[in-house]
Design a protein around this ligand. Structure first.
Ligand code: CP
Ligand code: NVA
Length: 301
């Protein structure tokens, strides 16, 4: 039984198989019903638009059904331990997707669950987002081979999963343009969580225009993740990392803009860019559905 808590849970062959299959079925409008009568339980500790809707539709289109569970309506961690909830849910559901405040909760859930667990976003990582993002890049650039991706801003959960994908030798190169302050926060977080990340294939630097010039994919995330408190000093520190028309004009002529969404048009990206011709954020959002159908099939075996 496999879980998908991080990109590193999958080999690069598994990632490519899931993405290729999603592209193939999307292009050929082929629909699998291989999850007939399978039940997906979804637990959310944080809000969601795309993850919730795309997983709900994914299992439905595969012939199964979903049960949406709000953490406040479960006994989870209050009248019942996580271990007991995990074992109970495993009696009813064939697979569980959870969006959790703490990655540790997901690891504990996986430890006690009798069915596969999918990470629908944690404070550490967002692997489902990475699959959809890489799928979008392959659709637009033909492959990941030799593609230069530039990330701008804090190393969020979305960036962490992208870093893991870069370490999975998927063919692209990754440059993280990130203030030293946020680089230090990320190192501290990894050390607190006892996680090690290899930076051999990755450039980690403050804003480097030479590297922006060679960029095919400009990628960013909200500067303040769910639960973070907005702070004017941080906004000031990050201002030059914002992807506006000027930043886009430095990158390659045929570069594309991606964003996991939700976006803040007055911070990490300008309206002109996200709503402009080089932006493929809606295709990226739609691909969550396609790639998660293949992910569900892969984990359900
Ligand atoms: N990108 C993403 O996961 O969006 P939601 O928070 O809306 O699910
Ligand atoms: N880093 C963001 C991603 C949202 C999809 C957050 O955690 O809020």
């Amino acid at each position: 039984m496999k879980n998908f808590l991080n990109i590193s849970d999958f080999s690069n062959e598994e990632c490519i198989k899931i993405i290729s299959s999603a592209i193939d079925k999307k292009n050929n409008k082929r629909q699998s019903s291989d999850a007939q009568n399978k039940t997906l339980a979804m637990i959310f500790e944080k809000n969601s638009t795309r993850t919730r809707i795309s997983f709900e539709l994914a299992i439905k289109q595969l012939g199964g059904l979903s049960i949406m569970l709000d953490k406040d309506q479960l006994h989870l961690g209050k009248r019942e331990t996580l271990a007991d909830t995990a074992q109970t849910l495993s009696q009813y559901a064939d697979i569980i997707m959870m969006r959790s405040n703490s990655h540790q909760t997901l690891e504990n859930l996986a430890k006690y669950s009798g069915v596969p667990i999918i990470n629908g976003l944690s404070d550490l990582s967002h692997p489902c987002q990475t699959l959809a993002t890489l799928m979008t890049i392959i659709e637009l650039k033909g492959s990941l081979e030799g593609v230069n991706i530039s990330w701008f801003g804090p190393i969020s959960n979305v960036a962490h999963s992208l870093i893991e994908a870069a370490n999975n030798d998927l063919g692209f190169t990754l440059t993280l343009h990130c203030p030293q302050y946020y680089q230090d926060i990320y190192s501290q977080k990894l050390s607190d969580m006892n996680k090690k990340i290899c930076f051999d294939n990755i450039s980690l630097n403050e804003l480097d225009f030479k590297k922006v010039e060679a960029t095919d994919v400009m990628y960013t995330d909200t500067w303040f993740s769910m639960g973070d408190i907005e702070d004017s000093t941080k906004i000031e520190m990050l201002a030059k990392y914002s992807i506006d028309q000027n930043m886009m004009s430095i990158a390659k002529k045929d570069s594309i803009f991606l964003h996991c969404l939700p976006a803040n048009r007055s911070q990490e990206v300008s309206a002109q860019v996200i709503d402009g011709e080089q932006s493929y954020v809606w295709q990226e959002a739609q691909n969550r559905l396609h790639v998660q159908k293949e992910l569900l099939l892969h984990l359900l075996g």
